[in-house]
Design a protein around this ligand. Structure first.
Ligand code: DOR
Ligand code: ZN
Ligand code: ZN
Length: 424
């Protein structure tokens, strides 16, 4: 069995209350020992002095475009982007073509993902073809390996259909991941409604488009007794609603994407498709509320909503470009820079949001570097500033509004199952 000894790194492992210099011995695919100093012989010794070592990040929300849209991303290119971003597990959303809406399609996805360098944990659709009417075989998809259910890309607008799905999800014991958007209220909107949309002459998406479904889904999940994870929360009132749910001890978690706290709509300089995603970049007040909600543990998880698209598709007016930006290769750096470097929270808390809490949502034992756990971990340099350069992305999608942004937090090495999958 091959072994790797990582020496002198600052281990940040909130699951075990550790933030200090440690040595870590990996044997095969597991963590063999964590200690102040380990003198064991190993096949490879890595000096991590001055670097941080963290449990690998778990991204509960990504879009790989296979099957159906391989010109945007494949499972392999998306997984390589994850490895480069320090993300050791990714949950692909089911809005592929065909949608991941049967046990067979879940199995097919896992088969296609066999050679991927990171763990792929599929999410099954709520309704067949994501058309909002007929429920999928939720129990069958779970048995085939789906870790969650979602209709991401839209909401299940028929509340009776959604209620049935929540009851079945509760019975089977699988969480519902909700994309919250009242379709009828979108009304052609392409960016946040506000001064900026007025200035650019573009139709706006109000906060209520999202908030009314956040409220509905919390109330419906409460009625059904179902675990609910609210995807890509972007509004101040969304945080208020989640706080209310938490006060009632409901099994509700909130997710925020880096773009929703690292950029606000007033930074949109022109009508450019690269600034377009759903939900949209919101106001500075929303950004500040989301940061506070993360710091106060109202929001539990940071995930990316990594949504690659073709270059030509995104090089259009917001009226025409598809919604979505890539995120796997910028999530740690943007989060570290905006939330930790700025003094808002500790690095340990950020690791909770990116590794431990996502694992808890999935009831997984990942996100924890105790002896005996899977050796999924990441080494990063948090002291050297660098510039985000989309041309260097492993992802086929280069669509990001953060190109050229100066950040701290470069991933140096990523380990999955004890193997180095990024950085030599
Ligand atoms: O921006 C987005 N892109 N939001 C979504 O809900 C879907 C996603 C995509 O699939 O491109
Ligand atoms: Zn979504
Ligand atoms: Zn999404």
């Amino acid at each position: 069995m091959s072994s790797i000894l990582i020496k002198n790194g600052r281990l940040v492992d909130p699951a075990n209350n550790i933030d200090g210099v440690k040595d870590i011995l990996i044997e095969g695919n597991i963590i063999k020992e964590v200690n102040d100093s380990i003198e064991a012989q190993a096949d490879k010794v890595i000096d991590a002095s001055g670097k941080v070592v963290m449990p690998g990040f778990i991204d509960l929300h990504v879009h790989l475009r296979e099957p159906g849209f391989e010109y945007k991303e494949t499972i392999m290119t998306g997984a390589k982007a994850a490895a480069k971003g320090g993300v050791t597990s990714i949950c692909p959303m089911p809005n592929t073509k065909p949608a991941i809406d049967t046990p067979e399609r879940v199995k097919d996805l896992l088969e296609r993902a066999k050679e991927a360098p990171v763990h792929i944990l599929p999410i099954g659709a709520v309704t067949l073809g994501q058309d909002g009417t007929e429920l999928t075989d939720i129990e069958g998809m779970k048995k085939a390996g789906a870790v969650a259910l979602s209709e991401d890309g839209k909401s299940v607008m028929d509340t009776l259909v959604f209620r049935k799905a929540l009851h079945e999800a509760a019975r089977v014991g699988i969480p519902m991941f909700s994309h919250c958007e009242d379709k009828s209220l979108v009304d052609g909107g392409v960016m946040n409604y506000g001064e900026k949309s007025e200035e650019l002459g573009l139709p706006g998406i109000t906060n209520a488009v999202e908030d009314v479904i956040v409220a509905r889904d919390i109330l419906m999940a409460k009625e059904a007794g179902c675990q609910l994870h609210l995807c890509h929360c972007s509004t101040a009132d969304g945080a208020v609603l989640i706080e209310m749910a938490k006060k009632q001890n409901l099994p509700v978690t909130g997710e925020v994407c880096p773009h929703h706290f690292a950029m606000s709509d007033d930074e949109i300089t022109e009508d450019d498709g690269r600034f377009k995603m759903n939900p949209p970049l919101r106001s500075r007040a929303d950004v500040n509320a989301l940061k506070k909600a993360l710091a106060d543990d109202i929001m539990d998880v940071i995930s990316t909503d990594h949504a690659p698209h073709g270059a030509e598709e995104k090089a259009q007016s917001m009226l025409k470009a598809p919604f979505g930006i890539v995120g796997l290769e910028t999530s740690f750096a943007l989060s570290y820079t905006e939330l930790v470097k700025s003094g808002l929270m500790s690095l340990s808390k950020l690791v909770e949001k990116m590794s431990l809490n996502p694992a808890k949502v999935l009831k997984s034992d990942k996100g924890n570097l105790a002896a005996g756990r899977t050796a999924d971990l990441v080494i990063a340099d948090i002291d050297t500033e660098y510039e985000i350069n989309a041309d260097e992305f492993e992802s086929m999608g280069k669509n990001t509004p953060f190109n050229g942004r100066k950040v701290f937090g470069r991933i140096e090495k990523t380990f999955v199952d004890g193997k180095i999958v990024y950085g030599e």
